[in-house]
Design a protein around this ligand. Structure first.
Ligand code: FEO
Length: 170
C-alpha cells in the first residue's frame, strides 16, 4: 500500500519520464531538420527508453495497489541553436530527473517503504548512465566544433544505437 504522499510523488515522476520521451522526440525532430539522421536516431531511441521508464512507474503504482494519475505534459522545446546546445539542454534535464529520483528515494527511506526503495534503486543507477551518455556526447561535440566532417562521423556513430526493450520493465 502506498502512502498518499508517495503515490503523488510517483505519479509526478511518471509524468516527468513521459515528458522526457516527448522532449527527446522533439530533439530527434531538430536533428532530422539539421540533416543529422544518425543523431536523430540516437534521440529517438532515447525517447523510446524514456517511455519504458514511465511504464516502470505505471506498473509499480499498479502493483502496489496505488492509483495511477496521468497528468498533463508540457510542450517541449523544439528548437536549439546548435547540436551542442541541444545535448546540454538534455544533460540539464537529466540532472533535474536525477534530483527528483533522489528526492523520491529520500521519501521512500523516510516512510520505511522498502519496496519503493528497491524499485527506485534501478533509477538511481540508471541516472548515472543517462548523465554519462549526454556528457560524453557533449565532450565529443566540443572536439569537433566547426569541423563538418567530425560532426558527420559522430552522426554515423550515433546511427548505430538500437532500442532494446528492458524485459523486466514490461
Ligand atoms: Fe528516465 Fe533519462 O531519465
Amino acid at each position: 500500500m502506498l502512502s498518499k504522499t508517495m503515490q503523488d510523488a510517483l505519479n509526478e515522476q511518471m509524468k516527468n519520464e513521459f515528458f522526457s520521451a516527448y522532449l527527446y522526440m522533439a530533439m530527434a525532430g531538430y536533428f532530422q531538420s539539421e540533416d543529422l539522421p544518425g543523431i536523430a536516431n540516437w534521440m529517438r531511441v532515447q525517447a523510446l527508453e524514456e517511455m519504458t521508464h514511465g511504464e516502470k512507474f505505471f506498473h509499480f503504482i499498479c502493483d502496489t495497489a496505488g492509483r495511477t494519475d496521468l497528468r498533463a505534459i508540457d510542450a517541449p522545446t523544439n528548437g536549439f541553436k546548435s547540436p551542442q546546445a541541444a545535448f546540454e539542454f538534455g544533460l540539464k534535464h537529466e540532472n533535474f530527473v536525477t534530483d527528483r529520483i533522489n528526492q523520491l528515494m529520500d521519501l521512500a527511506k523516510q516512510e520505511g517503504n522498502h519496496r519503493a526503495q528497491i524499485f527506485l534503486q534501478w533509477f538511481v543507477t540508471e541516472q548515472i548512465e543517462e548523465e554519462a551518455n549526454f556528457s560524453l556526447i557533449i565532450r565529443k561535440l566540443k572536439r569537433v566544433e566547426g569541423d563538418g566532417r567530425g560532426l558527420l562521423m559522430l552522426d554515423q556513430e550515433l546511427a548505430a544505437r538500437v532500442f532494446v526493450p528492458p524485459v523486466a520493465a514490461l
